[in-house]
Design a protein around this ligand. Structure first.
Ligand code: C2E
Ligand code: CA
Ligand code: CA
Length: 579
């Protein structure tokens, strides 16, 4: 059977022959609509429909059977507003075309009799309704297809989100996932209801380095699986944040964090790797659940960083004391530049004396900080911090400058001067410009190299003898005198003594600390004194507080001393007679 579709306008003029092999019903309606919108559109793509199905479709759509045209053909007619759609089914032979024409004419007559022109009567209205229904159904179907597409997309998106929110090694939540879940959990939480615990596994990086990524990943996976069980039992949210750091958010219960730490520790102890693994934990009870999750978690992290230094094996807590400490750190570090400019750093001096004559042989420059908020601070409150944060150099430069200015002022006032020794932090020794900076400073104040002594800590030398030795040599070449500070505290002080190109040794005050001058210390001190004498290096003993100390020093043959007995560090006053 050859099937051909025509479109006729209301006056039965054929406006277009569509194509062969078309179907009926919805498909034809769609084709017509497409055609009306764009005449070039409709050429193919409609389903092929058998004549019987087409007839049924016609019956269903129109409510009556299609007109039979006898022989080997039929014509089906659908009426659309302003158009008829005519389906002609005929034998596909040479004469088909001719026959179609007569069929078509029959069909036109039939349609004129039975259908009349569209919209000309109630039928047109019914047909229009019918078309509406068809359109509605078509819309529904299109929407159903769209919905299915959307559902698929949603499914894909969910899978992507799943990937985005989970850590691929352990399958636990990652940071993003943790934040989202925690936000949900904390949304209605009360202050103090939840706590965040951070667990860090020390030694993981060594496993990574020594045993390779595969073993390290396996370790993470195993720890993750172990913790997952624990978190489930305790209804905690668990996430791996980075490397071997895990976050747990759960009910505020100190016992829970302690337990987590203990159990993780036990797990690690039994874990079969030749690397010592250790768990550290810190917790923060969430006081303000509406703060960003990571801000709250960060408090636990800060506590952890603090706790990692002391390996107490206990859960550290972020609390008010720690907050105060951190605030103080911030207050100290935040405005070092301004403090230098505002003259908040003060020069204190402590005398060095010859115990045999009582003569002043020098002074040590010691720093103090008159802090606008924290008040008067001694170096132990800020020097180690400034050192560890890498900002000690500018502060030291400032103090050295003050020491130079002090000597210059005295000299200009015609007052007696002794050399001032300044403390040089370990980090200062790694500043390339140090020797030039010092020279420039002396030049600015018209001083000689001999006016200033540089105190370098023995431990700075011990930690990196090569570099520090080189710096010392350079400084000595320029003419500076070097004193080795806190001498005798290192493990190999005696062994180092012969290699160190220094001009004096300052014996650490721990040798004399009140009531503690036991025989062992005395023996070491004696050895140091003998060796220093042999090598002809002058000794200055620090922390001399009592006459007994002086007696001991005399007995040992030490000549120079510094300590409260001879004078505490005092504000530098260039006008004072002794200085
Ligand atoms: P240091 O260089 O060993 O300085 C000696 C410290 O011992 C001073 O403490 C001094 O006040 C204290 N001292 C002196 N005699 C006695 C005594 O008889 N008994 C006792 N118990 N202590 C005594 P200070 O001024 O608190 O300085 C502490 C440390 O801070 C210094 O130890 C030094 O390492 C560092 N420091 C001080 N000023 C500066 C500075 O300007 N720059 C750098 N980088 N570090 C400094
Ligand atoms: Ca010193
Ligand atoms: Ca010292």
């Amino acid at each position: 059977m050859r099937k051909t579709v025509y479109i006729c306008d209301a006056s039965w003029r054929i406006t277009r022959v569509l194509c062969d092999g078309l179907g009926c019903g919805l498909a034809a309606g769609e084709a017509l609509e497409a055609l009306l919108e764009d005449p070039d559109q409709l050429s193919c793509g409609l389903e092929d429909l058998g004549i019987e199905e087409a007839a049924q479709d016609h019956q269903a759509l129109m409510g009556f059977a299609p007109p039979a045209l006898g022989r080997d053909g039929r014509v089906l007619i659908h009426s659309y507003p302003h158009h008829y759609l005519v389906f002609a089914f005929s034998a596909a032979d040479e004469t088909a075309g001719l026959e179609l024409v007569s069929e078509y004419i029959d069909c036109v007559q039939w349609a004129d009799e039975n259908l009349q022109t569209p919209y000309s009567d109630g039928y047109g209205h019914i047909q229009a309704l019918n078309n509406k229904l068809i359109n509605a159904e078509r819309t529904l179907m299109a929407q159903k297809a769209k919905l299915e597409r959307l559902l698929e997309e949603r499914e894909r998106a969910l899978r992507t989100i799943e990937d985005l929110e989970h850590d691929e090694v352990t399958g636990l939540l990652n940071t993003r996932g943790f934040v989202l879940e925690a936000q949900r959990l904390l949304a209605d939480a009360k202050a103090g209801q939840y706590q965040i615990t951070v667990i860090y596994i020390e030694g993981f990086r060594v496993v990574n380095e020594v045993q390779g990524t595969a073993s390290a990943d396996k370790l993470l996976l195993d720890i993750g699986a172990f913790m997952r069980g624990f978190a489930k039992d305790t209804q905690c949210l668990l996430a791996r944040i980075y490397s071997s750091t895990y976050y747990m958010l759960g009910p505020a219960d100190a016992h829970l964090s302690e337990d987590a730490l203990q159990r993780t520790q036990d797990f690690l102890r039994a874990y079969p790797v030749p690397v010592r693994l250790k768990a550290h934990a810190a917790a923060y009870v969430v006081k303000n659940p509406s703060l960003p999750v990571l801000e709250n978690a960060n408090r636990a992290r800060l506590a952890l960083e603090h706790a990692r230094n002391d390996s107490g094996g206990r859960v550290a807590y972020y609390d008010d004391a720690l907050r105060r400490e951190l605030q103080e750190r911030f207050m100290l570090l935040d405005h070092v530049d301004e403090a230098v400019a505002a003259g908040e750093f003060l020069l204190y001096l402590q005398p060095k004396v010859d115990i045999r004559t009582g003569a002043l042989i020098g002074a040590e420059a010691l720093i103090r900080w008159q802090h606008p908020q924290l008040g008067f601070l001694t170096p132990n409150r800020f020097v180690p911090l400034l050192e560890s944060e890498g900002v000690i150099y500018q502060v030291d430069l400032c103090l050295w400058e003050m020491a130079c200015a002090y000597i210059q002022e005295r000299r200009q006032a015609g007052l007696p001067c002794v050399p001032i020794s300044v403390n040089v932090a370990r980090a200062d020794l790694y500043e390339d410009g140090l020797p030039d900076e010092l020279d420039a400073m002396l030049a600015r104040h018209g001083l000689a190299h001999d006016d200033i002594r540089l105190e370098i800590l023995e431990r700075s030398y011990a930690q990196d003898a090569e570099t520090v030795g080189r710096v010392i040599a350079r400084l000595k070449e320029r003419g500076f005198k070097i004193e080795m500070d806190d001498f005798g505290t290192g493990d190999s002080s005696l062994a180092m003594l012969s290699q160190m190109p220094v001009d004096a040794l300052k014996i650490d005050q721990s040798f004399l600390r009140a009531g503690e001058v036991d025989e062992r210390k005395k023996a070491i001190l004696r050895l140091i004194v003998e060796l220093a004498h042999t090598l002809d290096i002058p000794l200055i003993v620090e922390g001399v507080e009592t006459q007994e100390h002086v007696a001991l020093l005399c007995e040992l043959g030490c000549r120079y001393a510094q300590g409260y007995l001879f004078g505490r560090p005092a504000p530098a006053d260039a006008k004072a007679a002794r200085g």
